[in-house]
Design a protein around this ligand. Structure first.
Ligand SMILES: Nc1ncnc2c1ncn2[C@@H]1O[C@H](COP(=O)(O)OP(=O)(O)OP(=O)(O)O)[C@@H](O)[C@H]1O
Ligand code: SF4
Ligand SMILES: [Mg+2]
Length: 353
């Protein structure tokens, strides 16, 4: 489907590559700790410090092309889910711009924004938490398409539509009168997928979507995602801790560390020629069948608190190659090979690793 045929808005582009579906520029998301009324009064009177702000996503540039599978990897707390939620329109960025098919989302009417939001659906790790226990599967899958006018409130065509979404997600329509608690973990995840498909998304943001499933069920759900990619020309942002999984399914991989993107490259490139010391350390932790010897040194030290990340390169306290400049200056992403960027001062120094 070309952008002009998109069910989520035929938007004019601004001269960017027409195959770019989503683009984030300089995206940041800052969280503050909630303060009660007493704390607010004390802060106002100068008797208490304002709460520290946490920069969960820090000036991230991101481009997702139509049909791509982009893997997003990093340790717990580095901002993957927050970035995913910004991309899916669940939360707004504090700074930065988000473009859908070249169109700045802020310039759109609320109706247009709603359409785009439907076009980017999120699949969570624990679908059970978001499934209403009092709703049948039919109602869960049919709710959003009814509200947003994809189907009528009732009637044969609506029933057929819901059955089709269930079949696509690998669920027999015979289960539609059941409740989520009556189904297995894998089936619940399939309900989450059917519910997302029911609003005809173009992008699925999968946030650790298979992490809580048994290994054999994980493989089935991953295969389902890949089949849907072919069948519906879906685009994926695939968030995962599991680098081997990301290697298996992604076209391109983005590595995050404490809110920042530190490296990005096509999948074969990042696994064969990782540049950033953090990426190398992550790769050192994957068990490899083909080699008994690790190529890189595994991660050392604790992940610093995102509340007070180290200055300069956030990775410097754990980096085996850190030098003086790393403590003072934030490295910028620079191209180290075609379509391969990395943020490490060693690249400037021409030292390589
Ligand atoms: N609503 C919120 N309010 C305050 N802080 C938040 C909020 N959501 C996330 N954070 C903080 O932002 C940082 C990034 O969180 P996020 O959930 O995006 O990380 P993550 O990479 O997805 O981690 P994980 O792999 O554990 O899911 C964390 O320090 C987290 O505590
Ligand atoms: S900039 Fe310095 S501390 Fe950061 S990854 Fe590169 S060498 Fe290590
Ligand atoms: Mg997360």
């Amino acid at each position: 489907m070309n952008p002009a045929q998109s069910p989520h808005g035929a938007l004019s582009t601004t001269g960017r590559s027409p195959d770019v579906l989503l683009e984030g520029r300089n995206l940041s998301r800052v969280f503050g700790r909630k303060t009660d009324l007493v704390a607010q009064a004390l802060i106002k009177a100068g008797l208490a410090q304002p709460p520290k702000m946490l920069r969960a996503v820090d000036r991230v540039d991101l481009t997702i092309k139509k049909g791509e599978v982009v893997g997003l990897v990093g340790e717990s707390g580095c901002g993957k889910s927050t970035l995913g939620r910004v991309i899916a329109g669940i939360i707004d960025p504090t700074e930065g711009e988000l473009f859908w098919q070249g169109c700045d989302i802020r310039s759109l009417s609320s109706a247009e924004r709603r359409q785009i939001k439907l076009g980017v659906q999120m699949i969570f790790q624990n679908p059970f938490a978001s499934l209403n226990p009092r709703m049948t599967i039919e109602d869960v899958v049919g709710e959003a398409p009814r509200i947003h006018g994809f189907i009528q409130r009732s009637g044969k065509s609506s029933v057929e539509y819901i059955d089709e979404q269930m079949r696509r997600a690998g669920l027999p329509p015979a289960l539609k009168s059941r409740y989520a608690h009556e189904l297995s973990g894998g089936q619940r995840q399939r309900i989450g997928i059917a519910r997302a498909l029911a609003v005809q998304p173009e992008v699925l943001v999968c946030d650790e979507s298979v992490a809580s499933l048994d290994v054999s069920i994980q493989a089935q759900i991953i295969n389902l995602f890949m089949d849907l990619r072919q069948e519906l020309q879906l685009t994926y942002l695939f968030i995962s801790h599991d680098l081997s999984l990301v290697e298996h399914i992604s076209d391109r991989v983005i590595i995050m560390y404490l809110g920042r993107v530190v490296e990005e490259a096509p999948v074969e490139e990042i696994f064969s020629h990782p540049n950033h010391p953090y990426t190398r350390a992550l790769l050192a932790e994957i068990p490899r069948l083909e080699t008994t010897k690790r190529r890189f040194t595994a991660l050392k030290g604790e992940l610093p608190s995102p509340m007070s990340p180290p200055p300069g390169c956030h990775f410097h306290p754990r980096c085996p190659h850190a030098f003086e400049r790393c403590k003072l200056e934030t490295p910028q992403l620079k191209e180290v090979a075609p379509n391969h960027v990395s943020a490490c001062h060693l690249n400037d120094a021409g030292q390589g690793i």
